[in-house]
Design a protein around this ligand. Structure first.
Ligand code: NAD
Length: 508
């Protein structure tokens, strides 16, 4: 217990005002260990089933009140929350670095995403537009209206411990729904800190009912309760495909809705006309950044045979120069893997590649003085002649499988030849190639980019992917519609009752 208090970092300081005090988080079954050095940061208790049920009842009661609050006022709440996040951005980012191991600029970028989606949601709160529809019946009009849905459960993964919740919560709240958040059991502290901040805003917002937002910490069991709970019309779940398959079946079995954001196995094609510097930077950031622990991380690279030797030589140099180390050091570009299991999964995939005749560059453990409990690895480049089982699945670590190709059609087919369908990109100066890649005959992913890597999305566009990535869309564009129910309304302002399709049903 005292070890936790003694290790409490400076990050907690600015958040103490909202009741987040790391030094006091010494009890509970969920243990937060820092990937930086393996030390215990704090503990949080899982919800008991009785506490869970009480939370759900408060959430249902909150819905009855919140759905009647005008949407622009709901937006005002989200605006105030976004302001609070702005004020605490450095402390929140430091907490992400400590609990997830992201380097400083990426952690700050994640908090910025929370701010950005709040801004987006505020504007959206005045734009929950429906349609008017021409009726075939005289003196009738038809319209589509969007109504709030009810309590929305948000299950999040460890690697974006704040942003993913905010994509869902900011939209769900302006759409008139209470929210329940189950953070990853690996990142209970970031969840608790951000939620305390929201609670501090809710306390001062007169129209916000008790229970409008709840944290439901716990492991897989709490996630399973949420998925099976008929009181929850929408479960938004982000994580592995294994988890998504389980949630999808449970939610569908009760005719609920699920919004799934699952694993990716993202590819990039480097075409004959690719700008070399741009390609090397795009590849290195997308494949090695965040230590390969983004759902949009670049995992498969297809290089045109005319550029293969030069690009791979540049990549080997770039990879060898990447500074791997503590994410708290400003010069570090690649921080630790989340835990020992992640490191072992990386080594197993590399062993399989070697056994299949692949040439592996890098991938070894890097010792960082004073950080023996952290799992640091040099990002790996793996040259392969053909796909192997390991390159067809997502290993959540910095491994980039590199292949040659001859024809663009062949590379697009290879891009699409995996069960995941999240993000993809093409580096080219050739307009026809770019347009083909973006066309219906091109990439089959939810995200397709030209001259940037597959990672680093902005909140303005709907985010998500096809196939085993789950099909969900979150964040921008019209993703808000997932958080509302659509009602088609018909109004007759005549004194007669003409029936649609000319049906006659006259009664005396
Ligand atoms: P994970 O699947 O182990 O856990 C994710 C969350 O699901 C956790 O909160 C966990 O407690 C919960 N959970 C696990 N099993 C469950 C079940 N049966 N029912 C209900 N909840 C359950 O994933 P992780 O290791 O935390 O995150 C990495 C994975 O997340 C990668 O596959 C990555 O690609 C994916 N991811 C996807 C996106 C996206 O937007 N597509 C974003 C971030 C991460």
């Amino acid at each position: 217990m005292s070890a936790v208090a003694a290790n409490a970092p400076a990050a907690a300081g600015s958040l103490a005002a909202v009741g987040f005090d790391l030094a006091r988080l010494t009890a509970g079954d969920l243990e937060s260990r820092s990937p930086v050095d393996g030390r215990l940061l704090g503990r949080v208790a899982s919800l008991s089933r009785a506490e869970y049920d009480a939370t759900l009842e408060r959430s249902r009661a909150a819905f009855a009140a919140w759905r009647a609050v005008p949407a622009p006022r709901r937006g005002e709440l989200v605006r105030l929350f976004g302001e609070a996040v702005r004020r605490h951005k450095p402390a929140l980012a430091e907490l992400i670095t400590l609990e997830v191991g992201k380097i400083g600029s990426e952690a700050a970028g994640e908090v910025q995403e929370v701010i950005d989606i709040c801004d987006f949601a505020v504007g959206l709160s005045r734009q929950l537009y429906g349609l008017t529809i021409a009726s075939e019946r005289k003196h009738h009009h038809m319209l589509e209206r969007w109504h709030p849905l009810g309590p929305v459960a948000i299950i999040t993964a460890f690697n974006f411990p704040m942003a993913v919740w905010s994509w869902n919560a900011a939209l769900a709240l302006v759409c008139g729904n209470p929210v329940l958040w189950k953070p990853s059991e690996k990142t209970p502290l970031t969840g608790l800190a951000l939620h305390r901040l929201l609670e501090s805003v809710l306390r001062d917002f007169p129209e916000a009912p008790a229970g409008l937002s709840a944290l439901v910490p716990g492991g897989r069991a709490v996630g399973e309760w949420l998925a099976a709970d008929e009181r929850i019309p929408l479960v938004s779940a982000t994580g592995s495909t294994r988890m998504g398959r389980d949630v999808a079946v449970k939610v569908a079995g009760r005719f609920g809705r699920s919004l799934l954001e699952l694993g990716g196995n993202n590819a990039m094609i480097v075409a004959p006309t690719a700008a070399e510097d741009l390609a090397v930077r795009a590849i290195t950031f997308a494949a090695a950044g965040t230590a390969g622990q983004r759902c949009t991380t670049l995992r498969r690279l297809f290089v045109h045979e005319s550029r293969y030797e030069a690009i791979v030589a540049r990549l080997k140099r770039a990879y060898a120069s990447l500074k791997v180390g503590s994410p708290l050091a400003t010069e570090t570009l690649v921080g630790p893997l989340v835990d020992k299991a992640a490191y072992e999964a990386m080594q197993a995939a590399l062993a399989q590649a070697r056994a299949a005749g692949g040439v592996v560059h890098g991938g070894e453990r890097v010792a960082i003085a004073g950080h023996d409990g952290g799992y640091y690895a040099r990002p790996a480049l793996v040259e392969l002649a053909a796909p192997i089982e390991a390159s067809a699945r997502e290993t959540f670590a910095p491994i980039l499988y590199v292949f040659r190709y001859r024809e663009l059609g062949e590379a697009i087919a290879a891009n699409n030849a995996v069960v995941q369908g999240l993000s993809s990109s093409l580096i080219t100066q050739n307009l026809s190639e770019a347009e083909l890649f973006l066309s219906a005959e091109g990439s089959d992913c939810g995200i397709a980019n030209i001259n940037i890597g597959p990672s680093g999305a902005e909140i303005g566009g709907a985010f998500g992917g096809e196939k085993e990535t789950g099909g969900g869309r979150e964040s921008g564009s019209d993703a808000w519609k997932a958080y509302m129910r659509r009602q088609t309304q018909t109004v007759n302002y005549s004194s007669t009752l003409p029936l649609a399709q000319g049906v006659k049903f006259d009664v005396e």
